[in-house]
Design a binder for this molecule. Sequence first.
Ligand code: FES
Length: 116
Amino acid sequence: MDLNLYKDIFEPFEKLVEIEILGKTYEVPENNSLLRCFQFLSLNSISQGDFCWNRDCMNCQVWIENDGREKAVIACRAKVEAGMRIIRLHEEIEFAPDVESGPGSTEKGMKHSPGS
Ligand code: FES
């Protein structure tokens, strides 16, 4: 994976951090919004999705588990934190379709087995 290819659209990052999305573990760039992290994993679907990127549309809403409770967050504004558990995604977030070919889907970047 050549992370330099993605430096233009992402906030500066030194390493990837692990988060869980719908029960699967992924590595995504630290210091970035959750929506950028989804884009890192699923470049085409997020880049072409109906997202304002500035808190107007709410199409990026996701729900995280926080101390055993569900909490809604706006993915274009919420910064990723290592260990975050995302348990629900807005229907506009077509996350799964091209995650297998995204930059986070290398052997190191994708912890789940393809097709699992
Ligand atoms: S992308 Fe529109 S509110 Fe986040």
